[in-house]
Design a protein around this ligand. Structure first.
Ligand code: UDP
Length: 481
């Protein structure tokens, strides 16, 4: 490997973070020109066997591809054992790794262009300051959420003095109702709230924030960040859509399309509603019964992905099991709907499904990757958020981007949706009432694809600007720094 400046990535172990960040790193390498820079990926040991094997699989594939990427394993730390929320668990674990991150970077014997950290890894920004290495955050969610995070410290202070506001004003967005705020911002007594405010403060220390969005997808909110008092350089480089190993393998086995795709082949164009709740989402029996009822009454075609409660929830593990359909679904449902519906009890190839011409709508839990994937294929959505940043993403997809129709989700009842409400929303989206959202989704599809056009795309220009900046700012660390 050449002695070129290296970009040090510090990702967290979850696939939904690790892969997009690695993909973004690879795009930075590509935009910097042949062999101009390399990537060094620092690997914190994953806390669960499943995450460990997923990361090993990613690493094996990347090493086999022969790019300028080296993976460096950090030593194990004693994991926090207190009962913590996922954000805090990760943040506390990262904190324990800070000395190892310092030694790993200080030990590199070639110039360091930057340390790029995951959104959970802000404690590691200390290392960049100590070593004088430029620091960037890779933000896997929307620019709107970034704007909210950057505003969190000021909001906190304002609310301490003036009490809670009914709606929140965020430049570039319609007024944000409290009901649309992420879970992390709702309960001030919860340590996760303090984590959110702390993270917002620390982001301002970074040289820049790299965001998985496109300038034209969220123009108002990006302009709002640029004009704000806390302006930090933002690089929209998306959509970055990462393939997981399972999906890549499925692609390689294209001779045998997935059963869901074969079923879609037999359905009319744009006729199927796809329902999928992310890599971690699962629903209880009462909720599934309502879904089945709502879908049956709507009369529309559907592909429903269901998962079961995870068996292991230690160390932040939340991987759902395969769903037990006999237990979850109403009796006779599969038989009654077999001509127009498929229920899939395992992880499904979401991107390939969204790409299929028979899919005409998507009920999504509103993880940012799912929203980007839906837009990439021009599919309008019904947002059914379950937690984390998803309520906020649901709000912006309806009220800012206009690519989704509203679905009434009762947050007080564990994000419950009644059968009648689902039926109403499905009829509206699939039955012609959702034309505005459909047109907008198609428009956003063009926007996304234009943004990553190598010649003229705004995201590619952003990548080139950033990689130029990284090469210019690379520092050679002295031994024993
Ligand atoms: N995904 C998938 N099949 C599934 C569920 C999820 O391929 O059955 C993929 C989906 O395409 C996306 C990712 O998992 O790339 C989910 O990321 P997102 O940010 O939407 O939500 P999260 O799972 O992190 O909550």
């Amino acid at each position: 490997m050449a002695n070129n400046p290296t970009i040090v990535l510090l990702p967290v172990w979850g696939s939904g973070h690790f892969m997009p960040m690695l993909e973004a790193g690879k795009q930075l390498l590509a935009s910097s020109g042949p062999r101009a820079m390399s990537l060094t990926v620092l690997l914190m040991p994953a806390p669960t066997p499943q995450a460990t094997s997923e990361i090993s699989e990613h690493v094996r594939r990347e090493e086999a591809a022969g790019l300028d990427i080296r993976f460096q394993h950090l030593p194990a730390v004693k994991l926090p054992t207190d009962h913590l929320g996922i954000e805090e668990f990760i943040s506390r674990t990262v904190q324990l790794h800070v000395p190892h991150v310092h030694s790993a970077i200080a030990g590199l014997d070639f110039p360091v262009a930057a340390l790029v950290v995951d959104i959970f890894c802000t404690p590691a920004l200390d290392v960049s300051r100590q070593l004088g290495v430029p620091a960037y955050v890779y933000f896997t969610s929307s620019a709107a959420l970034l704007a909210l995070l950057l505003r969190a410290p000021a909001l906190h202070e304002k609310e301490e003095e003036e009490g809670l506001a009914v709606d929140l004003e965020l430049p570039g967005l319609p007024a944000v109702p409290r009901s649309a705020l992420p879970d992390t911002m709702l309960d001030k007594k919860n340590p996760t709230y303090s984590w959110f405010v702390y993270t917002g403060r620390r982001y301002m220390e970074a040289n820049g924030i790299i965001v998985n969005t496109a300038a034209e997808l969220e123009p108002g909110v990006l302009a709002g960040i640029a004009a704000s008092a806390t302006a930090v350089a933002v690089y929209p480089i998306g959509p970055v859509l990462a393939l997981t190993p399972a999906e890549a393998e499925a692609e390689a086995e294209a001779a045998q399309p997935h059963e869901c795709l074969r079923w879609l082949d037999s359905q009319p164009r744009a006729s199927v509603l796809f329902l999928c709740f992310g890599s971690k989402g699962f629903l209880g029996r009462a909720q599934v019964q309502e879904i089945a009822d709502g879908l049956e009454r709507s009369g529309h075609r559907f592909l429903l992905v269901l998962r079961g409660r995870p068996s292991d929830t230690s160390h932040g593990a939340r991987n759902p099991r395969d769903a037990d359909l006999a237990e979850l679904l109403p009796e006779g449902f599969l038989e009654r709907t077999k001509e127009r519906g498929l229920v899939w009890p395992k992880r499904a190839p979401q991107k390939e499904i969204l790409a299929h011409p028979s899919v005409g709508g998507f009920v999504t839990h509103c993880g940012w990757n799912s929203i980007l994937e839906s837009l990439w294929f021009g599919v309008p959505m019904l947002p059914w958020p379950l937690g984390a940043d998803q309520h906020f993403n649901a709000f912006t997809s309806v009220s800012d981007m206009g690519v989704a129709l509203r679905l009434q989700v009762d947050r007080e009842r564990g994000n419950f949706v009644e059968a009648a409400e689902l039926e109403r929303a499905v009829r509206s989206l699939m039955g012609g009432g959702g034309e505005g959202a459909r047109e907008k989704a198609v428009k956003m599809m063009m926007v996304c694809r234009d943004a990553v056009d190598l010649q003229s795309g705004s995201s590619c220009a952003s990548l080139r600007r950033l990689s130029h900046e990284l090469i210019q700012g690379a520092v050679r660390l002295l031994p024993n720094t």
